[in-house]
Design a protein around this ligand. Structure first.
Ligand code: SAH
Ligand code: SF4
Length: 354
């Protein structure tokens, strides 16, 4: 039985029953539960507030699985890339991005990705496998276990994989990340980035918590979007935007700027129209060249002009810088932007250019 792969409230019930069945005092359950997520231990043997026999019994009844062979690479700008190896070809990347005193962790939901966006390195790997909920949340748990890092302020699903393609596990992982009995990260500090799998987007929207949603839009018309994102054939932009319109949640558009593909004045006008209709924030991201042979990033000056066109139309748009380029950080490609914390003025974030 893997207690890390169920909702914390369910783990609490299982532990209560287990403690009762063994004839142990009820308060033991309250010592055991926090060791899953709140004050996690690497193994039960580290839970030294418990008697030895209880630790051994926990180890045999509820072993705590962990990824093997973690490696780290640190970028000159402070970005750290982790490689986690789960069993069965489940190697994934997470990227930790320092922004002032806050840290944002970018996590993966799948090994590889089935959706084949032409600019994306993960897409080119193809689909390898879904991560289990515990494997998604373990990327955060491992950080908490490490004294050098601790709990990140924000978590974004912008690593490898399409989170809504793995909805069942992501749904449970969101509970584990957010529940005070779990990792206790506020819903407004958790962002799900998606290309817009409509039926699953509705399920995410139906959750009562205020999780943030980032839509990978990348091209403002169906024709242009289909050329770079095959998903457009199945879930056209209009249906995705219509779903988001019914969303009582804060939405950000992500827009990777690709030279001569999606950076014209007309693109800016169309994009502005969608953003204003939804009150969406727009994150403009430089294309990470590693992800996309044959495509080039929009020149910086052009990208600034594009951003200004959006702002002139009243759109809240931010042009970001790539982070961790020297270590190919970004979960399969890069990770740049992140952070949708609107309570923080943009100039406090390293990497943001106005
Ligand atoms: N599958 C989800 C989440 C993972 S990708 C999604 O696509 O939203 C996270 C972000 O990285 C997305 O906005 C994605 O479009 C972006 N991305 C992918 N390849 C990139 C590249 N080569 N340069 C810049 N951003 C890229
Ligand atoms: Fe998959 Fe997102 Fe990459 Fe597209 S951008 S291939 S959905 S990970």
């Amino acid at each position: 039985m893997n207690l890390l792969d169920v909702a914390p409230a369910e783990a609490a019930r299982i532990i209560d029953d287990w403690v009762a069945a063994r004839g142990e005092a009820a308060y033991r359950a309250r010592q055991i539960l926090p060791r899953l997520w709140q004050r996690p231990v690497a193994a039960w043997s580290d839970a030294t507030d418990l008697p030895q026999n209880l630790r051994s019994a926990l180890e045999s009844d509820f072993p705590l699985p962990r990824p093997g062979g973690r490696t780290e690479q640190v970028s000159a700008d402070g970005t750290v890339k982790f490689l986690f190896e789960f069993r069965d070809r489940g190697a994934v990347e997470s990227v930790l991005i320092p922004e002032g005193r806050r840290r944002t962790l970018c996590i993966s939901s799948q090994a590889g990705c089935a959706y084949g966006c032409v600019f994306c390195a993960t897409g080119r790997m193809g689909f390898i496998r879904h991560l289990a909920a515990w494997e998604i949340a373990a990327q955060v748990r491992e950080l908490v276990l490490d004294e050098a890092y601790g709990r990140p302020a924000n978590v974004v699903f912008m690593g490898m994989g399409e989170p809504l393609h793995n909805w069942e596990a992501v749904d449970l992982a969101l509970t584990i990340l957010n529940d005070p009995l779990g990792l206790g990260i506020g819903a407004r500090h958790i962002t799900v980035s998606t290309i817009g799998i409509v039926p699953k987007l509705e399920l995410l929207a139906a959750r009562p918590e205020q999780f943030r949603v980032a839509l990978s839009l990348h091209a403002p018309t169906t024709e242009a979007r289909r050329a770079i994102m095959p998903v457009e054939g199945k879930y056209p932009l209009a249906s995705v935007l219509e779903t988001l319109r019914r969303f009582p949640k804060r939405v950000t558009f992500e827009y990777v700027m690709i030279r001569d593909v999606n950076d014209s004045e007309r693109d800016a006008r169309e994009l502005a129209r969608h953003a204003l209709a939804l009150g969406a924030l727009v994150n403009l991201l430089p294309l990470h060249p590693g992800g996309a042979p044959g495509l080039e990033p929009t020149a910086r000056a052009e990208a600034r002009r594009f951003a200004k066109l959006l702002r002139d139309q009243g759109v809240n748009a931010t042009l970001r810088r790539s982070r961790g380029l020297d270590i190919s950080a970004a979960c399969g490609q890069l990770r740049t932007e992140v952070d949708q914390q609107r309570d923080v003025p943009p100039e406090e974030h390293a990497g943001v250019e106005q």
